[in-house]
Design a protein. Structure first.
Length: 254
């Protein structure tokens, strides 16, 4: 007389297990690289020697599909801790650098953030998980169009993309609570300082290709505080930045 009861118990147990497992299988089917992304967060960002501790930043990095922002032929490398080429001699930054720069900005849910150097759109997507609005400027028109299309396709409606010279910022949308720059001028562009709110933060790589430092700036009562936080190597800022850095010849020199 106990056999039907035992069979019913086993059947119910299997049904409960199946109901628990199904959502996980569905998630894996919808996003087959989700586990790779979680491993990236655990090993490359919050693991020993990495020190990314902001829980919201880690959550955003674990959510944004980096593989959607790299060329299809390189998607198998999307969650490795290295930069990847995206065309036009540009790269998508390694995940650790993206997380580090984002954490240094101390993003808040009410922030309006300016990004200089849209590139693939990945950094803008990470920021969009954390702030109210992202404005991003890309000097290479084709990259701006591709980044805008990918961000729209993936549902990042809080990001506005502009093709233009990032040296000039985005004056119409200023002032900004935070500014993040993903290309390196030799000096911080004055228009970006002007467009930063008092109390705002800016993270920017500064210096020539062979000697760059990631610099964190804070604007307090109209004064700029800054300190270097990490040696890096970014692509140079082009456009007016390069023209401003070319020394003017002395009179009569050729």
């Amino acid at each position: 007389m106990r056999t039907p009861t035992l069979l019913m118990t086993v059947w119910l147990g299997a049904l409960v297990a199946a109901e628990i497992a199904l959502p996980r299988l569905t998630i894996a089917a919808e996003d087959p690289l989700a586990l790779a992304r979680q491993r990236m967060v655990a090993e490359q960002l919050s693991g020993p020697g990495r020190h990314i501790t902001n829980a919201l930043v880690l959550t955003a990095m674990g959510k944004v599909p980096r593989h959607e922002f790299v060329p299809e032929r390189l998607r198998y490398q999307a969650y490795q801790d290295c930069p990847l080429p995206i065309g036009y001699d540009q790269t998508i930054s390694q995940p650790y650098v993206v997380a580090f720069m984002t954490e240094q900005l101390q993003p808040k849910p009410t922030d309006h953030v300016l990004e200089i150097g849209t590139g693939s759109g990945y950094q803008a997507a990470v920021l969009a998980e954390l702030v109210a609005k992202v404005y991003t400027v890309e000097i290479i028109g084709d990259l701006a169009r591709r980044g805008a299309a990918d961000l729209k396709r993936l549902g990042y409606t809080k990001v506005s993309v502009r093709a233009g010279d990032g040296y000039k910022g985005w004056p119409e949308a200023a002032p900004f609570d935070a500014i993040i720059v993903t290309c390196a001028p030799e000096k911080v562009p004055p228009p970006l300082i002007e467009q930063l709110k008092d109390g705002g933060r800016m993270i920017i790589p500064v210096g020539p290709a062979w000697d760059q430092e990631l610099v964190l700036l804070r604007k307090r009562a109209g004064r700029l505080e800054q300190h270097a936080v990490l040696p890096v190597r970014f692509v140079p800022m082009t456009g007016q930045s390069q023209r401003s850095e070319v020394p003017k010849p002395k009179a009569g020199a050729f």
